[in-house]
Ligand binder design. Sequence first.
Ligand code: ATP
Length: 275
Amino acid sequence: MDIIRNDKQGAKVKLERTPTGPPKKTDKEVAKTEFDVLGEELFDLQDLLWGAKMNSVLIVLQGRDTAGKDGTIKHVVGSLNPRGVSVISFGVPSTEEREHDFLWRVHCKTPRLGEFSIFNRSHYEDVLVARVNNLVPKELWKVRYQHIRDFETLLTEHGTIVLKFFLHISQEEQEKRLLAREEEPRKAWKIAAGDWEDRKHWADYTRAYEDVFALTSTEQAPWHLVPSDAKWYRNLVVARAVAEALRPYRETWQARLDEVGKQKKAELRAWRKKR
Ligand code: ATP
């Protein structure tokens, strides 16, 4: 099993039993070759998406500290044409954001037709950190799962392809990565005592994430649980899932481009005749 796709509301996932590493026989070199091929395919699909303007793509990246959200953006999104991609990081809400409903700051960053938005953290923080750290009363975060389902339904009905990824790392791997930050001068700037503090709440986050998967997985907006202890494998799995989600649209987008192309040629012919 290389990825778990959870697309049934109510389906329970046990994170402890979900793999964090690649399947045994996965070959790193073969994986890298496949990743490069997928990168070219994604670039090509993005071109069709951009021209056809019938759909947009929202990629939500969630994960514990050091899970590799930034690395995934660099590698997977790096194969796309930056012209049609926005990366948005959601940090601690500002006063203005807190004084609005929790989806206010998120909705205005969703992608336009033809474009990609990549969320580095997202509206899910409002049922994760907000719940674990008691930032809002339970009555408030409890109803947010329904709001999130409705919000994502609204987006998919508008033509947005919603893909949600949980980058799943083990507690041991996280410790290694946090310690590595202290050793490597180029990573030391990322050190945050809060990351060690958060490790104390590992089990609480596990429960909060399990509820997210059970309550917000839908066929149109599935969660992908990505084994992320090995970065090369994580990148491959995300690239594969994005390509698989976009591939079925290829013909429709191509047909729209052909139609528009014909129309434009006819307009040009008419203009030449008039000259
Ligand atoms: P990364 O996101 O890559 O781990 P980081 O932690 O340094 O990097 P920041 O931009 O400093 O990123 O902020 C992220 C912090 O913002 C996290 O601690 C996260 O829990 C917090 N955060 C994000 N959304 C919310 C929210 N809705 N409510 C409260 N805190 C939030």
